[in-house]
Design a protein around this ligand. Structure first.
Ligand code: ADP
Ligand code: 5GP
Length: 192
C-alpha cells in the first residue's frame, strides 16, 4: 500500500488509547487521521456518530461484512467492532497517516493483510490501576466492566509475545507516555 505506514494502537480497554490518540490528533492536526471504526455498542456521552465510531446495528454490520466491506472485524465485550476499507481509504485519500484503535483480535487479523502498520501497544501500569481508571471513567455497567477486565488480563499476557508489537508503552504518567508515543512514531516514520 502506498503512502506512509499506518499506526495500529492496541491494548486493554481503559489503558488510555483514546486519551493518547486525542492528544496526538490535536497536536498533529493535518498529519494523522483516525480510522473511524464501526461498532454495535451504544455511543457514550460526548461521542459522535461518524467521528468516534459509526454506530450501527448487528444486522447492518453483518451485512456489510458479508459484502466484503471490512478489513477486519471482531467481537469484543459483547459487541461487534470492525475497520471498514472505506474508513482507512478516507484517511489515506487526505494524505494523512492512518491511525487504527483496535483490539488484540484486530491486531492478529491486520497482520494477515498488506496494511503494514507500526504496531503500538498501550498498557496500564497494573490491573488495579486499570480497574480504577475504568470505574472512574463511569462509562461501563458492572457486567461490561467485568468483561473488559477479563479481556484485559488476556491482552496483557498476549502482549508479551515477542515481535507482536513494535513498541510497548506503559501509560503511567500521561505526559511521559505521550512523549514515548511521539518518539516511537517519529522513529517509525524514519524507517519507511
Ligand atoms: P481506552 O481508550 O484505552 O479505553 P481511555 O483513554 O478512555 O482508555 O482512558 C481510560 C480512563 O483513564 C479515562 O477516564 C482517562 O481519562 C484516564 N486516563 C488515561 N490515561 C491516564 C493516565 N496516564 N493517568 C490517569 N488517568 C488516565
Ligand atoms: P470501546 O468500546 O472501549 O470504544 O472499545 C473496545 C475495544 O474495541 C478496544 O480495545 C478498541 O481498541 C477495540 N476496537 C475499536 N474499534 C475496533 C475495530 O474496528 N476493530 C477491532 N478489532 N477492535 C476495535
Amino acid at each position: 500500500m502506498a503512502g506512509p505506514r499506518p499506526v495500529v494502537m492496541s491494548g486493554p480497554s481503559g489503558a488510555g488509547k483514546s486519551t493518547l490518540l486525542k492528544k496526538l490528533l490535536n497536536e498533529f492536526d493535518g498529519v494523522f487521521g483516525f480510522s473511524v471504526s464501526h461498532t454495535t455498542r451504544n455511543p457514550r456521552p460526548g461521542e459522535e456518530n461518524g467521528k468516534d465510531y459509526h454506530y450501527v446495528t448487528r444486522e447492518v454490520m453483518q451485512a456489510a461484512i458479508a459484502n466484503g466491506e471490512f478489513i477486519e472485524n471482531a467481537e469484543f465485550s459483547g459487541n461487534m467492532y470492525g475497520t471498514s476499507k472505506a474508513a482507512v481509504q478516507a484517511v489515506q485519500a487526505k494524505n494523512l497517516i492512518c491511525i487504527l484503535d483496535i483490539d488484540m483480535q484486530g491486531v492478529k487479523n491486520i497482520k494477515r493483510t498488506d496494511l503494514n502498520p507500526i504496531y503500538v501497544s498501550i498498557q496500564p501500569p497494573s490491573m488495579e490501576i486499570l480497574e480504577k481508571r475504568l470505574r472512574d471513567r463511569k462509562t461501563e455497567s458492572e457486567e461490561s466492566l467485568q468483561k473488559r477486565l477479563h479481556a484485559a488480563k488476556v491482552d496483557m499476557e498476549i502482549s508479551k509475545e515477542p515481535g507482536l508489537f513494535d513498541v510497548v508503552i506503559i501509560n503511567d504518567d500521561l505526559n511521559i507516555a505521550y512523549g514515548k508515543l511521539k518518539d516511537a512514531l517519529l522513529e517509525g516514520g524514519k524507517k519507511t
